[in-house]
Design a protein around this ligand. Structure first.
Ligand code: SF4
Ligand code: SF4
Length: 242
């Protein structure tokens, strides 16, 4: 049986946020909603301080409290252990948001990209309007709509329901990686099947001692973090040239 998991390597993550932008583009997430995000902390003692980045997303928990508390089964477990959401069944009660210990479920308070429907120009005497731009591009909702998202979930989720990361299940169905994994310029995200001993995630988890967020709660998260950033192991270069 396939059990999808992600390994995030702190030694490789440079905190650039490429994964966050990639996720927004792939999944058409509206303003204020980032299925993929990061926690930024300052570590060390002045003057030797640096930022420490912890990329975050839905943990696709094995014992998912969001699923257990959903009164309509809108939040459910799907193939590969993915925690999925069905906006058609969702009544917007937000129990899943209260139950998720990781704060990775978002509520759609507004129609997505509602500013794009504005007929008037945003800047006085400008020659175009958001609605005119959309019409020119022959798209709906947002100028950068990814139609592929529609394969397994409405491309734009309506007001009054929740949404969250799906491990890019629409890409997995085509044999592609989640887009945050694909887009990470540092290869800090590794994705695969926990039940396959030959997968890269299984090998990394055997090699390094991983930790997971709030493991003590027994949610069995499927996002594993390995190593810690150690600047001492980098060879100093100038502009990438040795
Ligand atoms: S991280 Fe939160 S939303 Fe994701 S499966 Fe776990 S409880 Fe549910
Ligand atoms: S907001 Fe939707 S998905 Fe969340 S618990 Fe309520 S019905 Fe289920």
């Amino acid at each position: 049986m396939t059990r999808y998991a992600m390994v995030i390597d702190h030694q490789r993550c440079v905190g650039c946020g490429g994964c966050i932008i990639a996720c927004k583009n792939e999944n058409n997430t509206p303003e204020g909603i980032s299925w993929s995000n990061k926690i930024t902390e300052t570590v060390g003692t002045f003057p030797n301080v640096r930022f420490h980045y912890t990329p975050t997303l839905c943990n696709h928990c094995e014992n998912a409290p969001c699923v257990q508390g959903c009164p309509t089964q809108a939040m459910h477990k799907a193939e590969g252990g993915i925690t999925m959401h069905d906006p058609d069944k969702c009544i917007g009660c937000k129990y899943c948001m209260f139950n998720c210990p990781y704060g990775v479920i978002y509520f759609n308070w507004r129609d997505p990209f509602s500013q794009q429907n504005k007929q008037g120009e945003l800047i006085p005497n400008c020659t175009s309007s958001p609605a005119a731009d959309l019409a020119k591009l022959k798209t709906q909702g947002t100028p950068f709509l990814n139609p592929d998202r529609d394969a397994t979930l409405p491309g734009l989720r309506p007001r009054g329901v929740v949404e969250k990361c799906t491990f890019c299940d629409h890409r997995l169905k085509k044999g592609q990686l989640p887009y945050c994994v694909e887009a990470c310029p540092a290869d800090a995200r590794i994705f695969g099947d926990l039940d396959d001993p030959e997968s890269e995630v299984s090998k990394l988890l055997g090699k390094y001692r991983p930790y997971r967020l709030k493991e003590e709660l027994g949610t069995e998260p499927k996002i594993f973090y390995i190593r810690s950033f150690n600047p001492g192991t980098y060879i100093q270069t100038k502009g990438g040239l040795k």
